[in-house]
Write a protein that binds this ligand. Sequence first.
Ligand code: ATR
Length: 345
Amino acid sequence: MLRCARQGSPNPSGFSEALEQAWTPAVLGGTLSPTMSESVPKPVTASTRLAAVWGSPIRHSASPAMHNAALAALGLDWRYLACEVAPEQLAVALEGARVMGFCGVNLTVPHKRLALGMMDDLDVSAEAWGAVNTVVFEAENAEGVWTPIGLLRSFSGPVRLRGYNTDADAILRSLREDLHMEPRGARVLLLGAGGAGRAAALRLADEGVETLWLQNRTESKAAELATEIAERFPAVDVRTGLPDSDVEFILNATSSGLKPEDPLPLDIQAYPLSHADAVYDMIYRPAETPLLRAAQAAGCRTANGLGMLLYQGAAAFELWTHRAAPIEVMRVALMREVYGTGESR
Ligand code: ATR
């Protein structure tokens, strides 16, 4: 059985015991559990429906493993792909997906904010949390009601792109489950003010953090976000730069750590990690980033972003298919993808 990071194991996801139990010896040994062995994907045909994750870089993504396992478990004739899409190509990629009948797309670094202005319609989640990580392609059904096209056998009219944010709730759930952190009343240092950082900052402010320090490589983006939070959540003490006190947790929402050559997203000379009880890194591959390694060495509890990935993915799956996401199948698929081989591609 895998151990969690608190026990100094190579599994810094901080996943709860339920997850550890989900990681059965049968899966570890490379054989499929009964549930998964029944989940043979349907063959790809001309009617197979498509979904995908787009980002740059994208080769590290575990989303295809997670979603294809879920689609197969429910017997859906769908496939989920990963595509390298540069930010300057995002608009044309979305138009391509629209005309090719894609059912859904997830967006990751660096698209989440950029996509806000490319949607035909924004769900309240994308409006509230200021970023899009899930696109639902919709067409009108026979009654003229806009409907996810994954639910329509056929459609002929225009397709519209509706943007959602499923990251914000996912980060809260993962912080609670994997790090046993309660954001309400907490002092938090948030690293990053891109799409993911922004959604996390706004969601944490809405949840009632006491003090939120925003630190970003480009300082003006942190300042802009701080101004928005001060206006929308006046009860939150929001500041930019590094804290002048201890914090309950540090949350890394930057992409620094995805590549081996990346610098730490935090200057740990200026703000030693021992000032934090816990550190959460949204990155999940590598499963143990240099930041998480340094945090463990400093005695912090740690978790990587696998729980956030799971819950944002489950919510996206439900928006596209209107079927309950098979969470445990998705969890096991993720664990096998990220820890099973131990290799990052
Ligand atoms: P996403 O939409 O997934 O959040 P993004 O909007 O491109 O992706 O945001 C990436 C975040 O990682 C930003 O906060 C970025 O800082 P800048 O605003 O200065 O670009 C941060 N980031 C990326 N590379 C970094 C690095 N090497 N060091 C520190 N921060 C970095």
